[in-house]
Design a protein around this ligand. Structure first.
Ligand code: FES
Length: 173
């Protein structure tokens, strides 16, 4: 029995411990904001947070999230500075990669509040965008960093809320 949290909700899982977290999130928890891309941790579309750090959920086994706090795009505050900047800059094109890009950017900005272009390019290098939105993603991250500095001048981590509204009959909460 694996016990963990998803977006603030307590969960238990007694299926195959080798099942990828991504399958649980999409098929069991029905949190479909997290996308399947390559299945090999090469594209970043499946990025979520485990205890605040960005991970690739397609290669993370359920056995690896025992006792952890998992956060998906659905668990991020609706007007998080990164999402706000994404909207203002109009970063997405088709949008498929963008939830992974946002989750990667949020984790990155927790540790780097005033990133350079090089910092951003390095941190985001594992998140592939087939539409080539890299310039706008970089601009959005710069803007989000400024917004976070203004909104949270003395704290390192911006507020994150957990709507906790995605419980389904298939889950054991
Ligand atoms: Fe289309 Fe990134 S916006 S893949």
């Amino acid at each position: 029995m694996i016990q963990f949290k998803v977006n603030g909700q307590e969960k238990t899982f007694d299926g195959d411990p080798e099942m990828p977290l991504l399958w649980y999130l999409r098929d069991v928890a029905e949190l479909t904001g997290t996308k399947f891309g390559c299945g090999m941790a090469l594209c970043g579309a499946c990025t979520v947070h485990k205890n605040g750090a960005a991970i690739r959920s397609c290669v993370t086994a359920m056995s690896d999230v025992g006792g952890a706090e998992v956060t998906t795009i659905e668990g991020i505050a609706p007007m998080h500075p990164v999402q706000k900047a994404w909207m203002e800059i109009r970063a997405p094109q088709c949008g498929y990669c963008q939830t992974g890009q946002i989750m990667q950017a949020i984790a990155f900005l927790k540790d780097n509040r005033n990133p350079t272009d090089q910092d951003i390019d390095t941190a985001m290098s594992g998140n592939i965008c087939r539409c080539g939105t890299y310039q706008r993603i970089r601009a959005a991250i710069h803007q989000a960093a400024k917004q976070q500095a203004t909104a949270h001048p003395s704290t390192k981590h911006p507020a994150t809320t957990h709507p906790a509204k995605h419980k389904t009959a298939k889950e054991t909460a």
